[in-house]
Design a protein around this ligand. Structure first.
Ligand SMILES: [Zn+2]
Length: 236
């Protein structure tokens, strides 16, 4: 018994010593590892800073990419079609020779389905686009950026390529050049059938620079046309 009591008496201080030793060892470990912890912290901090820098660099890259397109107010530049490639399809409407047949076939096909397409505007010279853009802009008291949402600046219109056509519904002329054209039979037919004739809607609802133009279609049925719109298609 005495021996046991002695042992117990002996064990208590030993336990205390172990506890003191433990807390000491944690402190020691912390001291030993503190440079590593500091390094680890610095590593993550540096990574965070780098990521932020890469993020802002990404933004700069994105901006230069847009600038590399040479866009003006969201419009891509288009050169004027050589005159010898233009053909008359209506008394006042000329288009690129490549798209004439497809365009006329499309109108005939629609007619067979009881839908009457009317061509409103085809090729427009840069000079005419200049008049449209600047006269309407001042007439409507609009700033350039505002006007550019609904009309291309001169040198930046798909119409100068001869591959663009504005289409209306012959039975609903009040919808010409209006967003409500999308409710006409002509538009509904075009959405279902235009691709068969290689036509594509240029300015859809999700275009962030230019307003939705349900009447404006472009031809992509020849290599020349595809080349002309390559940049535009790459973006969308
Ligand atoms: Zn147009």
């Amino acid at each position: 018994m005495e021996q046991n009591e002695d042992l117990n008496q002996f064990e208590i201080p030993q336990a205390k010593r172990i506890y003191v030793n433990k807390s000491n060892s944690i402190l020691k470990k912390l001291l030993i590892f503190s440079p590593f912890l500091f390094l680890l912290f610095s590593f993550f901090a540096l990574r965070l800073i780098r990521n932020i820098e890469i993020g802002s660099l990404g933004n700069i890259n994105f901006q230069t990419q847009i600038n590399r397109d040479h866009r003006i107010l969201g419009h891509l530049p288009y050169s004027e079609i050589p005159k010898e490639k233009l053909v008359l399809i209506e008394p006042s409407i000329r288009v690129h020779i490549d798209m004439r047949d497809s365009l006329l076939e499309m109108r005939d096909e629609a007619k067979k389905n009881g839908v009457y397409l009317v061509f409103l505007s085809g090729y427009r010279s840069i000079n005419l686009q200049n008049e449209i853009f600047y006269s309407l802009k001042s007439f409507r008291n609009q700033e350039a950026a505002e006007r550019a949402r609904v009309s291309a600046p001169p040198g930046y219109s798909e119409h100068s390529t001869g591959f663009a056509i504005d289409i209306g519904d012959a039975t609903k002329r009040e919808a010409d050049f209006e967003t409500e054209f999308e409710n006409t039979e002509a538009f509904k037919w075009l959405i279902k059938n235009a691709a068969k004739f290689h036509f594509k809607l240029s300015f859809t609802k999700d275009n962030k620079f230019i307003d939705y133009e349900p009447w404006h279609w472009r031809y992509e049925g020849s290599i020349e046309a595809l080349k002309v719109f390559e940049r535009s298609n790459r973006k969308s």
